[in-house]
Structures are given as C-alpha cells and as structure tokens.
Ligand binder design. Structure first.
Ligand SMILES: C[S@@+](CC[C@H](N)C(=O)[O-])C[C@H]1O[C@@H](n2cnc3c(N)ncnc32)[C@H](O)[C@@H]1O
Length: 57
C-alpha cells in the first residue's frame, strides 16, 4: 500500500509543471479567460505549483 507522502510531488520538480514551454503550449490566460471573469470566486483544486492559480488571481 502506498503512503500518502510518497505521492506528493517535491517542490524541486515544480518546474516540470510550471515552465515557459508549457506556458507557450497551454497559455493559462487563453484557456481561462472564456470561463473566469473579474469578481468571481474560484477554487483551483489540485493547484500544484499554481500554474493556473496565478492567472486566476
Ligand atoms: C498533474 S498536477 C496539475 C497541477 C496544476 N493544476 C497544473 O495544471 O499545473 C495534479 C495536482 O492535483 C493534486 N491532486 C491530486 N489528487 C488530488 C485530490 N484528491 N485532492 C486535491 N488535489 C489533488 C496533485 O497533488 C497535483 O498537485
């Protein structure tokens, strides 16, 4: 059985989720802007290093 701590991604690997290549391929502003408008309350479940959360804010 896997322990929960063994499934946490270490901060040292956060660059694999938040980097300029991904930002170019998956532009968070372009992806989110049709859905999120100013004044909304948004919850980023499974935010990881915040690739989408920062744009949401
Ligand atoms: C593939 S990463 C994506 C992170 C981020 N949303 C992004 O696009 O860069 C999936 C994230 O979901 C989180 N996660 C997985 N299962 C979860 C759960 N049951 N509740 C909350 N977060 C969860 C993981 O810890 C991880 O940070």
């Amino acid at each position: 059985m896997t322990k929960i701590n063994e499934r946490v991604c270490p901060v040292a690997l956060s660059g694999s989720l938040d980097n300029s290549i991904r930002r170019w391929l998956q532009n968070p502003k372009k992806i989110l802007s049709p859905y999120i408008k100013e004044g909304m309350t948004v919850l980023d479940v499974g935010c990881g290093p915040g690739f989408f959360s920062i744009e949401m804010a």
